[in-house]
Design a protein around this ligand. Structure first.
Ligand code: ACO
Length: 164
């Protein structure tokens, strides 16, 4: 009999989850278009941003980074098929605790419905736990609530915004 955890296991013969790298430029900018407008992002801007993300370490945790952008790669094609970010915010409250923010989750249209989103969120959450976050939060559309509930998130609070 096949259990839920078996069916949800990432097929590591095909897929790999890793930190984003400079050579992902085209795939990542394309994958993000399922989420929103990406606009003009040159290769140079992309590389500069990745270097910045790589350079910022968490206070007192030199092995952990503030910016944790992950991708899922199809190892057979070498293409990025999903991407997402965990931004870790060092706070004063909770004894200078860390809060994780999940941002910019996107799975390429052709790869949706294969549990890749689930595995991406799981990896981001594991990264947050390893880095010492006491909670991880995110904003999403009502249509995606069910997706995040499948990864053990629950509704909390109300999002507000001011746009410029
Ligand atoms: N509503 C309810 N359940 C859902 C939804 C949804 N919108 N999407 C997926 N699920 C369920 C699946 O049925 C599956 O359930 P199961 O375990 O019972 O089979 C489970 O959630 C996991 O689904 P995945 O296959 O991992 O989902 P997928 O890889 O397709 O990724 C995602 C979902 C990320 C929402 C994808 O559809 C996508 O990229 N959408 C466009 C961009 C987007 O909306 N991103 C999220 C923005 S919010 C943010 O960035 C914080």
């Amino acid at each position: 009999m096949t259990t839920t955890s078996e069916t949800k296991k990432l097929n590591t013969d095909i897929y790999e989850i890793r930190r984003i790298k400079a050579s992902d430029y085209e795939d990542v900018t394309k994958t993000l278009t399922v989420l929103t407008t990406v606009g003009v992002v040159t290769k140079e801007k992309f590389h500069k941003l990745l270097n910045y993300w790589d350079s910022v370490k968490l206070p007192d945790r030199p092995d952990e980074r503030m910016f944790n952008p992950l991708v899922i790669v199809n190892k057979k094609t070498g293409k990025v098929v999903a991407t997402g970010m965990l931004l870790i915010e060092p706070k004063i409250i909770h004894e200078c605790g860390f809060v994780g923010h999940i941002e910019d989750i996107a799975v390429a249209s052709s790869e949706q419905g294969k549990n890749l989103g689930y595995h991406l969120i799981r990896s981001l959450v594991e990264t947050g736990k390893r880095s010492g976050c006491y909670k991880i939060i995110l904003d999403c559309d009502a249509k995606n609530i069910g997706f995040y509930e499948k990864s053990d998130f629950s509704k909390a609070g109300i999002e507000m915004q001011i746009r410029f």
